[in-house]
Structure formats: structure tokens, C-alpha cells
Design a protein around this ligand. Structure first.
Ligand code: JFZ
Length: 479
């Protein structure tokens, strides 16, 4: 290889990899503060496990615990707040709350049926609450008495679910709340030497539970931490870094959300230098980044999660208390997330009997039906880098750019503006039928609506050609 070529290839290689990882520093390296427990990388992880996490794009969340039994009602009073927080709303002491364990006997629970439902919905992964704030464990933990093993049901719910989902080819992620209302050593803050001792014991207990989960269920792909916002944890940023490292050593490839992490200064999610900690950002909860103003999110991996009613994660008996999203509204949020390079997790709060409420079954069916026909614009897709238009969203997979149309224009023309150097060569529906495209100005096109009104959000696949860049031409000239 001649010297010039070597230099050019090297330069392209470096440029290429920096671009791929988007290792963007906010401050010049020398101005950053040095951190022991900050981000351990700049930019996105590009290994196969992270790619799988990203390509999955659509997941389901399962919030299931003792709170499903009262379903938002305590002593005859109905509480509007999130059902999984009922213990707090109704000020129920922990020992009283935990007697709900005597009533944990989900007779209709069928892990295989749950896995079939997820498969049919088209989700590629399921995040399960192994332990929510209440402290009740869906697995028979040997470090606490508050587990499924001590209930009339006895069986390892988590183990059954991991197996059933995995058998359907669905990845399992574990939700884990660090904050634990059942544990006497939990502290909201550290204000005395006594607190420090108790909290140190609590962190050891938590490590034990996490090691137990990683050992018992080694196919778990991800840990999604929650309940990490208290001062006690922020003052122990080292511990959050330790947990990430410990799990990554035990389970090579495992992914961890940013919500676990705090740095040396107690700064959460993003460290004191503004770099994302953990593998993906997990702050978008029941809200999404603005498709025009918040494009910064495309620089890192992120996963949003959403409830179907306004704010109910666990089972609540009365869904008439707040607005309940329609399947189309849920679908639009899924597409919105993927169009900005994120994942979306749709929440389910199973009933105390182990079945799903009818509304959730209908939702799963409706999403599944759409995904079956249109999944090509979701799975493995990413931010396209094109300016958003009023008719909907773009996603992209390699050379294919997908238009996902949610709003039909009266003109019958879908306006598309391509980035500089990109030409549209063809537009097709996912059934292969071609639709018209007309160039109306430089980098502006009108794409026709399908001849037959689809009557539902639909997808147009654009084939694009990239005009050769100067570097490409230079490289070609050299070879
Ligand atoms: C937490 C839990 O308290 C809730 O019960 C549920 O499990 C949810 C998935 O996570 O709630 C949060 C946590 C963080 C934010 C909002 C609600 N946040 O960062 O905006």
C-alpha cells in the first residue's frame, strides 16, 4: 500500500470510528474534572449485546407485586395515585403491607401464556419487576423472608417467566428497586454513624440479592435499576459503579441503565462532565424527547417507558380515574421513540389472579397486528437524520428510509426533505406496491399517498442514493 493511501485509510478509520461512537466531549479533556466513578466510556457501546439491545427496539414492562392485590384501594378508600405506591399513599406500615403475602396466590398465572402474548405483540424483550419498592421478591431470595416462596403460591414466578420468555426467543431484563421499604436497614439519608452502619449492611444485602439474581438466571440480558434517587445512594456513588462492574463481570455483555448511577459528586445519570453513565439513558418516563429540539438524544442509547393510563404501573382496579391511551396513541409513541434512536417499553400491570386485564390484552393484540405488517420500520431501525415533517416520523435501516405516516395531508402529497447529497430513487409500500415520487425542488420531494386509503398509520419505504462525498471520490481515485 502506498504511503498516501495508508494515511488516507488511517484518517478515514479514525474519523469513522469517532463518528460511529460519537465520542463527543462537552469540555476539552483537560478541563474535565477527574472522576473515579464517572462514565467509563464516551459514546455508544458497539458490541453485539448492545446492538441486540438496540435492535430489539420494542419491549414490554411487567409491574407485578403485592400491590396488585389491593389494586389501588385500601380500607375502602380508592387512591388515584400509582397503585404500586399505595403503601405510601395510604401510609400502611411495612409489616401490615407485607401480610398481603398471605393472599398471593395467582391461580390463573401461566408463564407460557404470558410469553405467547408478548410474542404475539411483537415485543423482543420483557422487563420484569423482580422487586419493587415494597420489597416483595418474585424469586425465592434467601436474603429476605419477603418472597414468593413464603406465599401460598410458593413457586418461583421469576424463574418460570425467564424460561417461558426465553423459550419464545424473547430477552428478559430485570427491573430492580434499590430502595426497599421492607428492609429495616434502608436509609433515605445518612445522618449519623448508626445510619452509615445500617446502610452499609443494606448495600451488602443488595449486592447479595443482585449476585443471587445473576447466578440463578444467567440468561438475563439487562438490569434496569430504580429507586436510586435518595441522598443515601447519591452519597455512595462508588457503590453504583461497583454494582455495574460486578454485574458486568458476572454476566459479560449485560446492559445497565443510567438510573443506577451516581458519580463521586452524587451527580446522577450523566456524570459531572456531562457524560452518560451506564449503557443507556433511562430518564424518559411517560414522556418523550421533542423530535425537533431534543436531537441530542441521538448521540447515546436510550430507552423510554410508558404507562397505558396516565400513571399506573401496577394493577389498579379502576382505570376510569385517568385517561387511558388508545392503541394508536401507544403505537405513535413507539414510532416516535425509534425515530429518535430510542427503545420503547410498554407497561403491563397484571391482575392479582395472574391474568391480564381485557384492555391490556386488546392493546397487545392491536400493537401485535400492526407490528406484524409494519415491523420492518421498527426492529433494527434507527434515527434517520432527516428533518421531521408534520405527517409523521422517519426511521432508517442501512439504505432504507421508512416514512411512518400518522397524519394524512389533504393535498395527497407527503412532503419529504432529504439531507444534502441524498436522492430518493424509489418509494414503495411494505407490500411492495410502488407509490409516486416527484422531485419538486433541490432535496425536496412529494411522495404520493397510496391509491387505496390505508385507514391506519402506514409505512412507505424509500430507496435512497447517496451522492459520493469528496472523501469517497478521493479514496476511489487512490485505488
Ligand atoms: C419509578 C417507580 O417509582 C414507579 O413505581 C415505576 O416503577 C417507574 C417505572 O419507576 O418511578 C419513576 C422513576 C423516575 C422518574 C419518574 C418515575 N423519572 O425519572 O422521571
Amino acid at each position: 500500500m502506498n504511503k498516501l493511501l495508508t494515511t488516507a485509510v488511517l484518517a478515514l478509520g479514525i474519523f469513522g470510528s469517532v463518528y460511529a461512537q460519537d465520542a463527543k466531549r462537552l469540555l476539552p479533556a483537560e478541563q474535565e474534572v477527574s472522576l473515579k466513578y464517572g462514565a467509563d466510556r464516551l459514546g455508544k457501546r458497539q458490541d453485539a449485546d448492545m446492538k441486540k439491545f438496540r435492535d430489539n427496539r420494542l419491549g414490554a414492562f411487567i409491574h407485578w407485586g403485592l400491590y396488585a392485590i389491593p389494586g389501588g384501594e385500601w380500607n375502602g378508600k380508592m387512591y388515584n395515585g400509582a397503585a404500586e405506591w399505595l403503601k405510601a399513599w395510604a401510609k400502611v406500615p411495612a409489616d401490615e403491607w407485607l401480610t398481603l403475602m398471605d393472599r398471593w396466590n395467582p391461580k390463573k398465572f401461566d408463564a407460557k401464556a404470558w410469553a405467547k402474548m408478548a410474542k404475539k405483540m411483537g415485543v423482543k424483550y420483557v422487563k420484569i419487576t423482580t422487586k419493587h419498592h415494597e420489597g416483595f421478591c418474585l424469586w425465592p431470595s434467601k436474603y429476605t423472608q419477603y418472597t414468593v416462596a413464603q406465599t401460598p403460591y410458593k413457586k418461583d414466578i421469576l424463574g418460570e417467566l425467564v424460561k417461558a420468555y426465553n423459550d419464545e426467543g424473547i430477552d428478559v431484563h430485570f427491573y430492580f428497586s434499590v430502595m426497599d421499604w421492607s428492609h429495616p436497614d434502608y436509609r433515605y439519608d445518612i445522618k449519623s454513624p448508626e445510619d452509615e452502619v445500617a446502610f452499609a449492611r443494606f448495600l451488602e444485602f443488595t449486592d447479595n440479592q443482585l449476585k443471587e439474581l445473576a447466578t440463578r438466571y444467567p440468561t438475563v440480558k439487562d438490569f434496569w435499576f430504580d429507586g436510586t434517587w435518595d441522598a443515601s445512594i447519591k452519597k455512595n456513588g462508588w457503590w453504583t459503579a461497583h454494582v455495574e462492574q460486578m454485574l458486568k463481570e458476572m454476566l459479560p455483555g449485560v446492559t445497565i441503565n443510567s438510573r443506577l448511577r451516581a458519580d463521586d459528586n452524587g451527580k446522577r445519570h450523566f456524570d459531572s462532565n456531562g457524560h452518560l453513565m451506564g449503557d443507556y439513558e433511562s430518564g424518559y418516563e411517560r414522556r418523550l424527547p421533542d423530535p425537533v429540539k431534543d436531537l441530542k438524544v441521538t448521540r447515546w442509547d436510550w430507552e423510554a417507558c410508558m404507562t397505558v393510563p396516565e400513571n399506573q404501573w401496577g394493577y389498579h382496579k379502576d382505570w376510569s380515574l385517568s385517561y387511558v391511551k388508545t392503541p394508536l396513541e401507544v403505537l405513535e409513541r413507539i414510532v416516535h421513540a425509534v425515530s429518535m434512536g430510542g427503545n420503547m417499553v410498554v407497561n403491563f400491570g397484571p391482575q392479582p389472579d395472574g391474568d391480564f386485564r381485557p384492555e391490556e390484552k386488546e392493546l397487545a393484540d392491536a400493537i401485535g397486528k400492526w407490528m406484524k405488517e409494519n415491523g420492518a420500520c421498527i426492529y433494527g431501525c434507527d434515527y434517520a437524520g432527516w428533518d421531521k415533517q408534520a405527517w409523521g416520523y422517519y426511521t432508517r435501516k442501512e439504505k432504507d428510509v421508512y416514512m411512518i405516516v400518522f397524519n394524512q395531508p389533504y393535498s395527497g402529497h407527503l412532503m419529504v426533505k432529504t439531507p444534502k447529497g441524498i436522492k430518493i430513487t424509489k418509494a414503495v409500500l411494505l407490500n411492495g406496491k410502488e407509490v409516486g415520487v416527484e422531485e419538486t425542488a433541490r432535496n425536496e420531494y412529494n411522495v404520493d399517498m397510496p391509491a387505496k386509503n390505508p385507514g391506519a398509520p402506514f409505512v412507505i419505504k424509500l430507496q435512497v442514493e447517496e451522492e459520493k462525498s469528496t472523501t469517497d471520490k478521493y479514496r476511489e481515485a487512490l485505488t
